[in-house]
Design a binder for this molecule. Structure first.
Ligand SMILES: Nc1ncnc2c1ncn2[C@@H]1O[C@H](COP(=O)(O)OP(=O)(O)OP(=O)(O)O)[C@@H](O)[C@H]1O
Ligand SMILES: [Mg+2]
Length: 404
């Protein structure tokens, strides 16, 4: 498998990184941006993730306008904050009515504009600006988008076509569409953004995944859904590939990765495939970002964990069972293992004789891949429309939550 090297692959102007939480979208997007900028290309790297960690990666404060990275003169980085953008959008929509409509109506409008849909609209709004603005277009050779985990990104990209249909079908005009008010005059900009995203000569979708079964499945699903949205130019980057094995642990991991490759979904095999090796360091700080795609830049040192006793998961489950906790949440950054730990706790508590229900609030949940029916644990997917949960009377509920 070839190592992903942005300097030897002919890349389009717009690069759109997507993938399951924690697979390495930010790391690979940053390393791509730095590699291209080091080669003299003018690069703009933009995060559309509300939980962006670009500031940690570059160890500096960023803004939504784009900041030059001092040690990489050709690189500019912008951190869009969709939550902040949604607040500004809300303000813009409501301001003209202040003092003209009763307070109760204004409060209702504010509530209507405070949902996740508004955040996605605002994110797409910001995002479209970076694609369609002439000055931005002319100022850079490459514009790279680092996005939030797949579920959010898919919803954000599906919005424009939903709006167009809605606006076209609406007989009342866009002014009474609540969240969608003010969209009509943005239609041209959104159309241009979508046209650019779906033009394979301008935009490449880079699906980032880990060499593991569940991330492969999610990458396959995202690939299919984005294909139906018209993003036809796709390539696959498998991040964290083990290239050498030296002991029992690395041998086991190597075999697991190879088995996942063998069982890789058919639709992913059809894509150009590149690998990024598993590194012994975190991808933070410029030196480590540079080293991710270029092994000749080996960063120095390593941290050694100095803790004499770390409680095991068994200790945690024993304590949960002993204290009779009825509702247990697992939370954390994408891909850290919320679902796996929740499932392991559920199994542990069941083995201790408790009746357990495992529920997920994650739109991209894959509980059925983690536990099967023989586990004896009932499972459900909670969403805002959940109406009937009267048939569930567990001793203990476990909820793998969304990202913290
Ligand atoms: N090839 C690699 N080798 C070792 N560590 C890696 C590698 N790629 C990424 N990491 C580490 O994995 C963690 C997750 O990476 P990253 O933040 O890039 O993922 P992400 O997909 O952007 O996550 P999120 O969905 O939360 O935005 C980070 O701690 C990063 O330093
Ligand atoms: Mg990220």
């Amino acid at each position: 498998m070839n190592i992903f090297d942005p300097c030897i692959i002919k890349l389009t102007k717009y690069l759109f990184y997507t993938g399951k939480g924690g697979v390495g979208k930010t790391s690979v997007a940053c390393a791509t941006a730095v590699s291209l900028a080091d080669r003299g290309k003018r690069v703009l790297l933009i995060s559309t993730d509300p939980a962006s960690n670009l500031q940690d990666v570059f160890s500096m404060a960023l803004t939504d306008k784009g900041v030059r990275i001092p040690q990489v003169p050709n690189l500019f980085v912008a951190n869009l904050d969709p939550v902040q953008a949604a607040a500004e959008y809300r303000e813009r929509v409501i301001a003209p009515y202040c003092g003209k409509l009763p307070d109760a109506v204004l409060t209702h409008m504010t509530e209507q504009l405070s949902g996740s849909c508004t955040v996605e609209i605002a994110a797409f709004n910001e995002f479209s600006h970076f694609i369609t603005d002439k000055t931005v277009q002319q100022g850079y050779d490459h514009i790279i988008f680092d996005t939030a985990p797949t579920g959010h990104t898919l919803r954000m990209l599906q919005l424009p076509s939903a709006w167009s249909d809605f606006i076209n079908k609406s007989t009342h005009g866009a002014s009474c569409l609540g969240q969608l008010s003010g969209l009509e005059n943005k239609k041209t900009m959104y159309k241009q953004a979508v046209d650019t995203l779906t033009d394979g000569t301008q935009t490449t979708l880079i699906l980032v995944t880990r060499p593991e079964t569940a991330p492969f499945k999610e990458a396959a699903r995202a690939s299919g859904e984005l294909l139906t949205l018209g993003m036809t130019k796709q390539l696959l980057v498998v991040n964290g590939v083990l290239t050498a094995r030296s002991d029992a642990l690395s041998s086991r991991l190597y075999e697991k990765q190879q088995a996942a490759f063998t069982a890789m979904p058919e639709c992913l095999r059809a894509l150009p495939l590149w690998a990024v090796p598993l590194r012994s360091y975190n991808v933070t700080g410029l030196e480590n970002v540079r080293a991710l795609l270029h092994a000749d830049h080996v960063p120095e040192g390593g941290e050694i964990l100095k803790i004499s006793h770390i409680p095991t998961l068994k200790d945690v489950i024993d304590e949960l069972a002993e204290k009779g906790k009825r509702v247990i949440f697992t939370m954390g950054k994408g891909g850290v293992g919320k679902t796996t730990i929740a499932a392991a706790v559920a199994v542990g508590l069941t083995k201790r004789g408790l009746k357990v229900h495992l529920a997920t609030t994650d739109p991209a949940a894959h509980l059925k891949f983690v536990l099967d029916k023989t586990s004896g644990i009932s499972m459900s997917h909670i969403n805002v429309k959940l109406k009937n949960c009267s048939d569930i009377s567990p001793k203990c509920w476990i909820k793998p939550g969304k990202q913290a």
